[in-house]
Design a protein around this ligand. Structure first.
Ligand code: PPE
Length: 327
């Protein structure tokens, strides 16, 4: 297949498209409504409600290869959030145990040791009309390989970010605490703007003008050894990696606060890092071209990043029961 030429209106380049297969190596089979189907056959009809109206909820979860074999990381928490997201949109979701079993199966059947999993539930084929409450829910789980989310070297060297001109939706508009497909229109505006301005990622403010999150990551800000992250009410997705880092930071004796962060704190921070399933723990080295700390991964970030990777890879004892073997 020949890649389309660069489209300046959309800032999309053939070179960028060619990178995709390397970054996201696909799997042989997908779990779809209870069955394993070949990757190429896992298709939907164009009348699918979710395509027209954004009515999907999803998860992103990783499996890591550990000394005890491949394990899902925080599967219970991810599947619980998946079910909670469906609850907000009154979608009939599968049981937690059934979902976890399906996740294990799809990693196993594809022969992956490390994988990124994408559970997705959506209102499927049906009549048009905004209220899709009568349309049955389709559920699927994809698995793939997904390397460093914010680019080569990002985990070690950090990324350059800019504050987005797009705010996150306010409270009581589109709930950001539910991980719904439609939310990611906001994320797309943030990410496309960041790319256009030469940043690795954008940070959105909430409607109050205080710091919210990245297009696909939560944010932590460190000053004088105190670690602060925006609260759930700042239009964030309360991330499971965020929770993991809160636990690990407390375990290492740091004070961690969940409180609203004024924009200027980002310019005064000693260290900043992003967290997310895809982004893992990624240092931020500049915000709006203002250097953060020494302009590289900070010392506290490095300690917590190591604790994170030691946890997910089973290098240290699994003291919180975060790992679920796929076997
Ligand atoms: N905020 C947003 C908006 C978000 O999408 C994510 C995850 C997070 C915070 C962090 O949540 P958690 O993964 O539970 O720590 N973003 C997912 C999708 C990324 C994508 O590009 O697709 C992810 O990291 O899997």
């Amino acid at each position: 297949m020949t890649a389309p030429a660069k489209d300046p209106a959309h800032g999309w380049s053939a070179a960028a498209a060619e990178k995709v297969p390397e970054k996201k190596k696909t799997a042989d089979v997908i779990w779809m409504n209870g069955k394993l189907v070949p990757w190429a056959s896992a298709t939907v009809h164009v009348s699918t409600h979710a395509l027209h109206y954004g009515s999907s909820v999803f998860e992103g979860m990783r499996a890591y290869n550990t000394p005890k074999g491949p394990c899902l990381f925080r599967a219970k928490e991810h599947m619980r959030r998946f079910i909670d997201s469906g609850r907000v949109y009154r979608m009939q979701m599968l049981d937690l145990e059934e979902l976890i079993e399906a996740c294990k199966l799809v990693v196993r059947e594809n022969g992956f040791k490390d994988a990124y999993l994408r559970p997705l539930a959506f209102r499927g084929a049906g009549p048009l009309g905004v209220n899709g409450s009568k349309i049955p829910i389709d559920t699927l789980i994809m698995a793939m390989q997904w390397g460093s989310y914010l680019g080569e070297g990002a985990l070690e060297s950090g990324v350059d970010v800019g504050i987005s001109s797009w705010n996150r939706p306010g409270p009581n508009t589109i709930p950001q605490g539910a991980k719904a497909g439609g939310n990611y229109l906001s994320g797309q505006l943030i990410a496309m703007e960041a790319e256009r301005l030469g940043y690795h990622e954008g940070i959105a403010l909430d409607v109050e003008g205080t710091v919210s999150e990245g297009s696909g990551e939560n944010i932590f800000v460190i000053r004088d050894g105190v670690i602060v992250t925006p609260p759930a009410a700042s239009s964030i997705l309360p991330g499971i990696t965020r929770d993991t880092l809160v636990v690990l930071a407390k375990e290492h004796g740091y004070e961690v606060r969940q409180e609203r962060i004024p924009r200027e704190m980002l310019y005064m921070a000693d260290e900043i890092f992003f967290t997310g399933t895809a982004a893992e723990v990624t240092p931020v080295r500049s915000v709006d071209r203002i250097q953060v700390g020494a302009g590289k991964r900070g010392p506290i970030t490095e300690v917590l990043q190591k604790a994170f990777f030691d946890s997910v890879k089973g290098v240290r004892e699994d003291r919180y029961g975060w790992l679920t073997p796929i076997a």
